[in-house]
Write a new protein. Structure first.
Length: 304
C-alpha cells in the first residue's frame, strides 16, 4: 500500500469518526500532512481543548497525551504509539521530588512541561521552552527549584542572575548528545551557516549558538531570516521539515545522531490503526491527579 493510500484512509476515517489529529513537529512529514494541528507539545494541547471533536489522537510522546487529557478531560485522548515515552519526563520520581522540596521549602517549584502528570502535581508552575524565561522572571519568589532539565534550567539561570536556582540533574538524552566538537565540525564544514539550537542542549553548545529557542522558535527564525544557510541543533526531523518548507535555503544537522527514537516510534500506519479503533492507547488519569497537575498549567497560562 502506498503512503498516499494510507493518508487518504486516515483523512476519510477522521472525518467519519469526528477525530482531531495532533502531530508534534518531530513527527515525519507523512504524519504532519494528515494532522489537523502541528506544533510544540503544549500548543497542541491547547488547540485540542478548543476543538469540538470528541476524540483526539496525539502523535507524539506520553507526557504530551497526558497534558492533552489534563486540559480536555471530557475528550477521548489516544496516544498513537503506546511505547512512545520521554526519558527526561521519567528521570525524576515523585518521591524524590518530594524529598528535594523538603530540603528547599522556600523555593517555587517550576516544572518543564516535559514531565509526567504525577510530577506536575508537586509543582507550583509549569513552563515550556519558549515561555520558561518569561515566566521565571515573573515569579514573586527569588528562589526557584527547576525540574527536570538541567540544561534548560542553566540557560534560564544565567539570564536571571538576581534569582537563586536549584537544579535537578535531568536532561534530554537526544539533545545532550551534541557537543562543542560537533559545533566546531559543523561550523568548519559550513562557515557561512548560522547555528540555531534548542535550550535543552548542553551549555557548551548553547554558548556558541547564534539563536537559542524552542522548536517552533527555531523554525520561525530560519524561515524569516534573510540568511541562506543554517545548522540545526535539535531533533533532525526539523532539518527535513525546513528543507521542504524553504527549498531556497540550506539546512544541516548539528549531529547526525540527534534523533529522538521515541518521537520516531510513531508510524503512519499507527495513526491509521488509531482511526480504525484497533491501535494506540486511551489515556486515563485519576481525577485528583489531573486537577492537581492542572493547577501548575493554569499558573503557567496566568503568568505566560
Amino acid at each position: 500500500m502506498a503512503i498516499k493510500d494510507v493518508q487518504e484512509q486516515i483523512i476519510k476515517l477522521k472525518k467519519e469518526k469526528d477525530i482531531c489529529i495532533l502531530a508534534h513537529c518531530y513527527q515525519s512529514p507523512e504524519i504532519l500532512e494528515v494532522a489537523d494541528f502541528t506544533g510544540d507539545s503544549f500548543a497542541l494541547s491547547v488547540e485540542a481543548s478548543k476543538v469540538e471533536n470528541k476524540t483526539v489522537i496525539m502523535c507524539g510522546v506520553r507526557f504530551m497525551a497526558e497534558t492533552c487529557k489534563i486540559l480536555s478531560p471530557e475528550k477521548t485522548v489516544i496516544l498513537s504509539n503506546p511505547d512512545a515515552g520521554c526519558p527526561m519526563a521519567e528521570m525524576i520520581e515523585p518521591e524524590l521530588l518530594a524529598q528535594v522540596k523538603e530540603q528547599y521549602p522556600e523555593h517555587t517549584v517550576v516544572a518543564y512541561v516535559n514531565t509526567t502528570s504525577e510530577l506536575k502535581t508537586l509543582c507550583d508552575v509549569c513552563v515550556t521552552s519558549s515561555s520558561a524565561l518569561n515566566i521565571c522572571s515573573k515569579l514573586e519568589s527569588d528562589k526557584v527549584l527547576f525540574i527536570p532539565d538541567i540544561n534548560l534550567g542553566t540557560w534560564i539561570k544565567e539570564q536571571l542572575p538576581d534569582k537563586e536556582f536549584k537544579l535537578v540533574n535531568g536532561c534530554c538524552p537526544t539533545h545532550a548528545k551534541m557537543s562543542k566538537d560537533d559545533v566546531l565540525k559543523a561550523k568548519s564544514a559550513h562557515p557561512e551557516a548560522l547555528l540555531l539550537v534548542h535550550p535543552e542542549c548542553r551549555k557548551e553548545v548553547v554558548e556558541l549558538a547564534d539563536y537559542v529557542g524552542s522548536t517552533t522558535g527555531i523554525m520561525s527564525y530560519a524561515k524569516k531570516s534573510d540568511k541562506k544557510e543554517f545548522i540545526i541543533g535539535t531533533e533532525n526531523s526539523i532539518v527535513t521539515h525546513l528543507q521542504l518548507e524553504c527549498p531556497d535555503k540550506s539546512f544541516y544537522p548539528l549531529s547526525k545522531d540527534c534523533i529522538c527514537h521515541n518521537m520516531q516510534a510513531t508510524t503512519l500506519v499507527d495513526v491509521l490503526n488509531c482511526c480504525k479503533g484497533t491501535g494506540g492507547e486511551v489515556i486515563e488519569l485519576d481525577e485528583d491527579v489531573r486537577l492537581k497537575a492542572k493547577h501548575c498549567i493554569d499558573k503557567m497560562i496566568e503568568l505566560g
